[in-house]
Ligand binder design. Structure first.
Ligand SMILES: Cc1cc2nc3c(=O)[nH]c(=O)nc-3n(C[C@H](O)[C@H](O)[C@H](O)COP(=O)(O)OP(=O)(O)OC[C@H]3O[C@@H](n4cnc5c(N)ncnc54)[C@H](O)[C@@H]3O)c2cc1C
Length: 327
């Protein structure tokens, strides 16, 4: 069942007479909502469809967004939904299964929305390593981004779990937040050069396979190793495998490079009429960056629609002139 909200008319978001939208955005995180805000204010007919699983939902607070620092992530989205509603942009709760060229946006077991342009802002998935305790503490005191949560654990005993590429850089970076950072080599075969860099920066390297994370009601307590040792730690960082939710884009034929759908600076993909913004195309995008990408895409989409509107008006005028309708 797909529930339409923010609706001025009371059923589905405001659409054109033929039921179509200028733009359907898939994903109502920061990227999709900011695009909808600009497009609604540009008086375009916009629907945003959202499955309700924003990436930062496990975190209690969002940091690094000017004027919104420390806000619960869900509150930012609530505020965004209320803002787009003011401009007639509607939110439809549901999951988009497929987008037919042209465009027809098919929701799971629900309506099919017709749109002139598409914005995909579906984010990415963090694939976590299979270490007991990681999933339970994810977003609380098992973290990935020092810029998002490093300040909150500054000067504490920190762990970096060597679960994949990027862990060494993450450890070197974290040293800026604490002078007690332990690098758990786990299954990584550390290159001599990396070992030297870590040690030169004062990081402690802990050898051995991680068995599980130790936590109690107050949070993370330590990292337990297969050899029976437990190293006390207050927070752990790791680098998840980042998997873009880009199936809708790839099935439309959007080109990829290095595992990510390619866009220009406005978010335009290789398929005419299709834009993408936020983490679905840029794993580095924080909330503020994703919102900015949505904004840039909205400008470009509105210009593209304008060109089509003008071309249509000129064609109609010429046809009328040729038929003697306009003097
Ligand atoms: C634990 C954690 C904490 C973080 N903390 C911070 C922080 O403090 N500060 C910061 O700046 N960044 C933080 N981030 C990063 C932040 O989550 C991203 O920058 C941000 O979510 C990207 O926004 P987005 O709009 O691209 O994607 P998202 O916010 O993930 O939104 C995508 C939306 O699309 C929906 N969707 C996906 N597929 C479909 C579909 N087929 N149909 C309909 N809807 C769909 C999803 O349900 C979701 O609601 C954190 C990330 C994590 C994992």
């Amino acid at each position: 069942m797909n529930e339409a909200t923010n609706d001025q008319a009371g059923g589905v978001p405001r659409a054109a007479g033929d039921g179509s939208y200028d733009v359907v955005a898939v994903g109502a995180g920061a990227a999709g909502l900011n695009a909808a805000l600009l497009l609604g204010r540009a008086r375009r007919r916009v629907a945003v469809i959202d499955a309700g699983e924003p990436r930062n939902a496990p975190a209690a607070h969002m940091h690094g967004f000017l004027s919104r620092d420390g806000l619960p992530p869900a509150t930012l989205l609530e505020l965004g939904r209320a803002e787009i509603a003011r401009y007639g942009a509607g939110l439809v709760r549901g999951r988009v299964e497929h987008i037919d060229p042209g465009f027809h946006v098919r929701l799971d077991g629900g309506p099919v929305l017709a749109a002139r342009r598409i914005l995909v802002a579906t984010g990415l998935r963090d694939e976590l390593p299979d270490i007991p305790g990681v999933r339970e503490r994810w977003g609380k005191d098992v973290l990935h981004c020092p810029y998002c949560h490093g300040f909150e654990v500054r000067d504490r005993p920190l762990a970096v779990l060597g679960t994949g590429p990027g862990a060494v850089h993450q450890a070197l970076l974290l040293r800026g937040w604490s002078d007690d950072v332990a690098f758990f080599a786990h299954t990584l075969d550390l290159a001599a050069e990396d070992r030297e860099r870590l040690e030169a920066r004062g990081l402690r390297i802990v050898e051995g396979r991680i068995e599980h994370l130790v936590a109690d009601g107050d949070g993370l307590r330590g990292v337990a190793l297969a050899d029976g040792r437990t190293v006390p730690r207050a927070a752990a960082f790791l680098f998840p495998r980042l998997v873009p939710n880009d199936g809708l884009l790839t099935r439309l034929g959007c080109e990829k490079d290095g595992g990510w759908v390619v866009t220009d600076r406005t978010g335009r993909t290789s398929v005419a009429g299709v834009w993408a913004a936020g983490n679905v195309v840029d794993p580095r995008a924080q909330v503020v960056t994703a919102a900015g990408m949505g904004s840039a895409a909205a400008f470009a989409i509105n210009n593209d629609l304008l060109e089509e509107d003008v071309a249509g008006a000129v064609a109609r005028r010429r046809a009328a002139t040729a038929g003697g309708g306009v003097r």
